[in-house]
Design a protein. Structure first.
Ligand code: UDP
Length: 476
């Protein structure tokens, strides 16, 4: 690695303060640093505290002397729980009223901005700038953490609203196919639209309108960077390019980082404390025998759903490794008791932890399948590891992702809107035993394509190099 000079390009990255966003934008920061670009990583004070408490992010980035963290207030008190699933409107209000002016002051300060080459802003934060803000003297690149399939679906929402496709007229309506998303004809049902599209009054729903507007805004910046790859989502990326021609598809970023580092690397960007004992547990299980269960960093469920999953996993007869975050079950605050009738079996066949090193877990040979909430990072990590999925989407983009996993890529089953022990047990056995060969075949094919895309000669590898070159050219 060449040491960056004071004349090297300087890029400011600003992710939203959520696990999935920080994780992937830190990977982008590491990739840019490896390419001798000076990086300033701006994050909220709260996220910085969590990151430095639970991960080795500081020693990792100390390898890059010109890399720096900077923090900014999110305007919320220290004790605020900051859960996106519960407090989104309050958090948005605080980002707009407190973070936005602070961010603008920072960009206006000559001390900071004089040598800035460009800004890579998380699409979720696109409202922190106004497109025609002339005080931003550098190009703004937008980074979208969602896949192309959900991004394009969300970009199509204004048309869906116009054509009155979003109003739900009853439960039957949920299974009606929508032919109004170009390139996805005969695929998406109402049920498969992003979770926030289930609003009763789409024209006036603040969350739906807000998210839609951030996506439309994302296409108006100088460029769009996406964590996906051409062999997975090429035709949909072409549709997005009609709105934003300067698009860099550079994913899966965690796999690209491994290529560029030229060695295995573990994600160290955790907001929770990692329990590595699960790797030792996995070492003692037979190849392909374990279903890994994790619903990401934001999903919450009720006690009823927890018990249905528990009985279903138990009744499937398979071994399971299950991430139960302290705040996964509403009102439980980490206090979860094993149901008496499942106690013995759970001890024999199950293992529960609060947070895993997920990329490593998914690549472990004992893991034969992934019961996931279909967050985009989890989906890509499973794709790279070549593991079939059972999808139980919770919200946001996940409803679209799970439809693509099951009906386009044939990587597993979609358990959307169902949560009963019979379905859980049946789907676990379908993925792990009955239809295993079929799903493993597609998973292996797509994993190979993912690997090719991040290797020299692959599309994401080339697109990332183009991004670096374009940034260098900006700094003259
Ligand atoms: N993750 C992890 N350990 C866990 C659960 C999740 O490291 O026990 C990571 C996972 O690898 C992924 C991120 O958390 O990178 C979750 O992002 P995703 O987009 O899948 O879902 P979100 O949390 O944003 O809903």
């Amino acid at each position: 690695m060449e040491e960056p000079q004071s004349t090297s390009p300087h890029v400011l990255l600003f992710p939203a303060p959520a696990q999935g966003h920080l994780n992937v934008m830190l990977k982008l920061a590491e990739l840019l640093s490896l390419s001798s670009i000076r990086v300033t990583f701006l994050t909220t004070e709260h996220s910085y505290r969590q990151l430095t408490l639970h991960s080795d992010v500081l020693p990792r980035f100390s390898l890059f002397p010109s890399f720096q963290f900077r923090t900014i207030s999110d305007g919320l008190p220290l004790s605020h729980p900051r859960t996106f699933s519960h407090h989104l409107p309050e958090m948005l209000h605080s980002f707009v009223s407190v973070t936005k002016p602070l961010f603008r002051d920072m960009l206006l300060s000559p001390h900071f901005s004089s040598d800035l080459t460009c800004l890579i802003l998380d699409g979720f934060f696109s409202y922190l700038l106004d497109i025609d803000d002339d005080f931003v003297k550098v190009p703004v690149f937008c980074f979208r953490t969602f896949g192309a399939c959900s991004t394009w679906t969300i970009l199509s929402i204004p048309n869906l609203i116009k054509q009155e496709q979003l109003t739900i007229k009853g439960e039957d309506d949920m299974d009606r196919i929508l032919d109004n998303v170009p390139g996805m004809e005969n695929l998406l049902r109402r049920r498969d639209l992003p979770g926030f599209c289930r609003a009763t009054d789409p024209n006036n729903d603040p969350i739906l309108q807000f998210i839609m507007s951030t996506f439309i805004r994302s296409t108006k910046f100088s460029a769009l960077i996406m964590n996906t790859f051409e062999d997975l989502e090429g035709p949909i990326l072409s549709n997005i390019r009609t709105l934003c021609p300067n698009l860099y598809s550079i994913g899966p970023l965690h796999a690209l980082l491994k290529t560029k580092l030229n060695h295995e690397t573990e994600s160290l960007n955790n907001l929770w404390e990692v329990d590595r004992s699960c790797l030792t547990w996995l070492d003692n299980q037979a190849a392909g025998s374990v279903i890994y269960v994790s619903f990401g960093s934001i999903t919450v469920m009720g006690n009823r759903e927890l018990l249905e999953f528990w009985h279903g996993l138990f009744n499937s007869g398979r071994r399971f490794l299950w991430v139960i975050r302290p705040d996964l079950v509403k009102g439980k605050n980490g206090e979860i008791e094993i149901p008496a009738e499942l106690e013995e079996g759970t001890k024999q066949r199950g293992y529960m932890v609060g947070w895993t090193p997920q990329e490593k877990v998914l690549c472990h040979e004992a893991v034969g399948g992934f019961l996931t909430h279909s967050g985009w990072n989890s989906t890509l990590e499973s794709i790279v590891a070549g593991k079939p999925m059972i999808c139980w989407p919770y919200g946001f983009d996940q409803q679209v992702n799970s439809r693509f996993v099951s009906n386009v890529w044939n990587l597993g089953l979609d358990m959307k809107d169902l949560c009963d022990r019979e379905t859980v047990a049946k789907m676990v056995n379908d993925v792990m035993v009955n239809r295993k060969e079929e799903f493993v075949r597609s998973a292996t094919e797509i994993a190979n394509l993912a690997r090719q895309s991040v290797n020299p000669g692959g599309s994401s590898y080339a697109n990332f190099d183009r991004l670096v070159e374009d940034i260098r050219n900006l700094s003259g």
